[in-house]
Design a binder for this molecule. Structure first.
Ligand SMILES: *Cc1c(COP(=O)(O)O)cnc(C)c1O
Length: 349
């Protein structure tokens, strides 16, 4: 079936499926601020169990989840080591600094998304009154659609542990990472998710991205850690009441939408393959569900015109010199082919 719009701006744009809406409608509800919502409690137990943690906390957004995590790991005057392009450094309004007086120590990424182990080690400050106290390493997987190599994740988190740092994973797209990793190892996606999560003291996952739920993220950690995060969630205004309707959607997504992420990855490759060889476009081979396309040479100034051309054909994307196309539950092969055809049409003119 041909869709009216092919929305490739983000995997956050998905609408709940009919089955997900039914799960939401049927959710048993209570007041979660009193700890009474069965659907929220069930989701928290489910995600904690899946990822191998003692406890979890349902939060409205990934941003709040990362904030609760950083403020639970760190005190005022502490710092966290993080990548320049990491969401919890670059894209969250400086929340850890604003609300927690926690200073970031950003490091540059290698092209594969990793931070050099030597730079992580060198940025850990000695115990000296001149310095902020280095307390935490925060990684992100996937980062810009890239799967961090698992042996790197093991090495970086082991290094952090050796120096007594906490280890947080912004796993907004952890299940995309797990599905991509499973394709390499032959393991199951859930087993790979657990293996990645097992390297960290806390993990945040988004249900509102490729998993297709309308709203919500979860923060996982030890029982004691989640108690601290729970207090911070309250301070941040994230204590929700009959949130079980949202938790039920997230729970449905965990049950039904993890394996299908492989389809999103295949569609991202289809899109990248379809754009190969167009003069002025440099297409990065996608590892998961995000395709980055750099406009080069004379095409460099044409992104606004291209996006307008696409919008006129019902195709939505974002970017300036670097366009981003994200595949998800509400995009099919026909939609991808329409996007490819429209982009090719633009460059033929
Ligand atoms: C989307 C995203 C978040 C959080 O997003 P919200 O819009 O606040 O839910 C955090 N980290 C990464 C890597 C993300 O992609």
């Amino acid at each position: 079936m041909s869709q009216a719009f092919v929305d490739l701006r983000s995997d956050t744009v998905t609408r709940p499926t009919a089955a997900m809406r039914e799960a939401m409608r049927a959710a048993p509800l209570g007041d979660d601020v009193f700890g009474d919502d069965p659907a929220v409690n069930g989701l928290q137990e489910k995600i904690a169990g899946l990822l191998g943690f003692e406890a979890a906390l349902f939060v409205p957004t990934g941003t709040q989840s990362n904030l609760c995590a950083i403020l639970s790991h760190c005190q005022r005057g502490d710092e966290y080591i993080v990548g320049q392009m990491a969401h919890c450094y670059r894209w969250e309004g400086g929340g850890a600094a604003v609300f927690g007086s926690v200073q970031p120590q950003p490091l540059n990424h290698h092209s594969d998304g990793t931070l050099a182990l030597s730079e992580i080690e060198a940025s850990i400050k000695p115990d000296d009154a001149h310095f902020a106290r280095t307390r935490l390493l925060a990684l992100e997987n996937t980062l810009g659609g890239k799967l961090l190599p698992f042996d790197y994740v093991q090495q970086a988190t082991a290094l952090a542990k050796k120096h007594g740092l906490g280890r947080h994973l912004d796993g907004a797209r952890l299940f995309n990472a797990a599905v991509a990793q499973a394709a390499q190892t032959g393991g199951s996606a859930l087993a790979e998710a657990k293996r990645i999560a097992g390297c960290f003291d806390s993990v945040s996952v988004c249900f509102s991205k490729g998993l297709g739920a309308p709203v919500g993220s979860a923060l996982c950690g030890s029982r004691e850690f989640i108690l601290r995060a729970h207090r911070i969630r309250k301070m941040a205004g994230g204590g929700m009441r009959q949130a079980g309707m949202l938790a039920a959607a997230a729970s449905h997504a965990l049950d039904h939408h993890v394996g299908r992420l492989a389809q999103d990855h295949a569609l991202a490759r289809r899109l990248a393959d379809g754009l190969a060889g167009i003069e002025g476009l440099q297409v990065e081979t996608p590892q998961t569900n995000i395709v980055f396309v750099d406009l080069t040479g004379a095409a460099r100034e044409q992104s606004a015109a291209l996006l307008k051309h696409l919008a006129g054909r019902g195709i939505r994307a974002t970017g300036l010199y670097r366009l981003r196309f994200v595949t998800h539950l509400d995009v099919d092969a026909d939609g991808v082919d329409r996007a490819v055809a429209a982009i090719r049409e633009f460059f033929r003119r």
